[in-house]
Design a protein around this ligand. Structure first.
Ligand code: 0RQ
Length: 497
């Protein structure tokens, strides 16, 4: 056996030559957490290969595991080529979502923090290959990742073979933004040695046995990150309510004067929430300890409202990423990218006292939250990191507009049609209508609070009648009527009475 860090050079391959190394039935760990840092050229070539194999009448599908969602060149291309047999832990691509909801791709939804350890524990079977985007690879096997870390270090360590997309779009100067640390596994696990959001505990690159690297594909491709919608009246009002709630908690002395690190979810609402926190004069400059560093974080950092950001991906729209690259030294002092196993780690979330803010699809009057499914059946994206943070947060907040689909759906319902976060983990619910503080309240008191503060006026009377029409038990729920709103929507296209 060669020495693990024996210097060597790597074969340079075209994307097609790289894809030819992949065999039907393999399990592949791809880099990427959101479109940031996702492999692009090889998955695209792999999709073309799958189409050719299918045209020749041969089976060709692979298991696809990533950090979280990816860009269209990975999930979109492979799903359209019907090349994904199974997928975990998260996705947000319309073609893949369709394939999953039609039962053509097996998908299982996982808390993102547990994915890497489940790979190491062998719970997901053998990993044949890791396909990873990098901005630098040294002859002795040091791989410098790009705009995300995600689960790439674990895939690189666990897979038999490695293919690298060396993407010149990302500067080699990214070296130093990453903090790569993998915990030992039980029964030898030790405390993760972090006590602040800005601690660095690991290395700047992932070290692998260079013999495992079977080839390098050179690319020059931007991340496929879409621009955010500008905050509208609704998302701005939700953001203002979140900021007002946190300012009041600070005022009441329940949040320490120096404030606590914030975790903020993905999407347009989360973007608006951070913006509103920055604009609220009663909230002091704060740190972000989250999963995704998105555009609003960079804006707030420039204004001094966010002093440090720890995440696992730098999911920035192209103009904002260019700005970061032009001032890389400034941002490298203020941003660290960690493996998702660390960015989302329950031990750290509990220790640092993270305030979690995530978006729900629907919430019931007792505070149970559905983050993942539409009308009980169809998958939207997945639970992502929302459970990692919510369950362990100092204060856990869920936000959503009180209505969806132009008012035909009340997002507050008698009983969620799918449950991701139970009433035991959810402390505060915020819509554009107001703030429901569920702490220290029993189920009936919670329901009264949510109906009074968060429900849209179009649905308030009906939900109030539901609650007060059911008088029995600790949790007043009617098994016969709990899904009446959902059933009405499915039958008529609207939940309205
Ligand atoms: O669809 O655009 O077709 O109208 O769902 O909803 O309001 O644009 O909200 O972009 O913030 O996404 C929960 C999906 C929200 C996201 C979810 C429809 C609605 C719209 C999107 P249209 P919005 P956002 C990790 C954080 C889970 C993972 C997570 C998510 C579309 O936040 O995937 O929390 N979260 N990760 O119309 C039917 C309902 C609906 C509905 C909304 N009740 N029924 N459709 N929609 N409610 C932690 C980090 O650190 C990042």
């Amino acid at each position: 056996m060669t020495h693990p860090f024996h210097p060597r050079t790597y074969p340079e391959l075209t994307p097609e030559e790289a894809a030819a190394h992949v065999q039907n039935g393999m399990t592949i760990g791809f880099s990427g957490f959101t479109p940031a840092g996702a492999a692009k050229a090889i998955p695209k070539a792999l999709a073309a290969r799958a189409r050719e194999e299918h045209a020749a009448g041969r089976e060709f599908k692979v298991g696809v595991v990533t950090g979280a969602s990816t860009g269209d060149s990975l999930d979109g291309e492979l799903a359209r080529a019907e090349a994904i047999s199974w997928r975990t832990p998260y996705q947000s691509n319309s073609a893949l979502r369709k394939s999953i909801n039609e039962g053509k791709t097996h998908f299982f939804d996982m808390h993102l923090s547990v994915l890497p350890q489940n790979v190491r524990y062998g719970f997901l079977g053998k990993f044949h290959m890791a396909i990873v985007e990098a901005c630098d690879v040294t002859a002795d096997g040091q791989i410098v990742l790009t705009t995300s870390v995600g689960a790439a270090p674990t895939f690189l360590h666990e897979a038999d073979q490695i293919l690298i997309e060396l993407n010149e779009f990302h500067p080699v100067g990214l070296r130093g933004i990453h903090d790569i640390y993998e915990p030992y596994d039980p029964p030898h696990r030790l405390p993760i040695p972090m006590t602040t959001a800005h601690d660095r505990i690991g290395s700047r690159s992932v070290r692998v046995d260079p013999e495992k690297i079977i080839g390098i594909v050179r690319t020059n491709l931007p991340d496929e990150v879409a621009a955010f919608k500008e905050p509208d009246e609704m998302t701005m009002k939700i953001g203002e309510n979140v900021a007002a709630f946190l300012a009041a908690e600070l005022q009441a002395g329940r949040i320490p004067a120096e404030f606590l690190p914030i975790q903020s979810g993905v999407g347009n609402i989360a973007n608006a929430v951070l913006g509103a926190m920055g604009s609220n004069p009663d909230i002091p400059p704060f740190q972000l300890y989250s999963e995704v560093v998105q555009d609003s974080v960079i804006e707030l950092m420039k204004k001094g409202d966010i002093t440090f950001a720890s995440g696992t991906s730098l999911t920035l729209s192209p103009p904002v990423l260019s700005e970061v690259y032009e001032n890389l030294d400034y941002f490298k002092d203020r941003i660290v990218l960690r493996p998702q196993e660390i960015s989302n780690n329950p031990e750290i979330v509990r220790r640092l006292g993270i305030i979690s803010i995530n978006t729900a699809i629907e919430i019931d009057i007792f505070g149970n939250v559905n983050s993942t499914h539409l009308m009980g059946n169809d998958l939207m994206n997945g639970i992502g990191g929302s459970g990692d943070f919510t369950r362990n947060a100092f204060i856990s907040i869920f936000t959503c507009p009180s209505v969806a689909k132009r008012g035909d759906i009340s997002t507050i319902v008698p009983l969620v049609s799918h449950m991701d976060h139970s009433e035991h983990s959810v402390q505060v619910v915020i819509t554009e209508q107001g703030i429901a503080d569920l702490r220290g309240k029993d189920p009936t008191e919670r329901a009264e609070e949510i109906i009074a503060k968060c429900v849209h006026p179009d649905y308030r009377e009906e939900l109030d009648a539901y609650l007060h029409g059911v008088i029995e038990g600790h949790t007043p729920q009617s098994l016969a009527m709990a899904f009446e709103l959902h059933q009405r929507f499915l039958a008529t296209g609207s939940m309205k009475p």
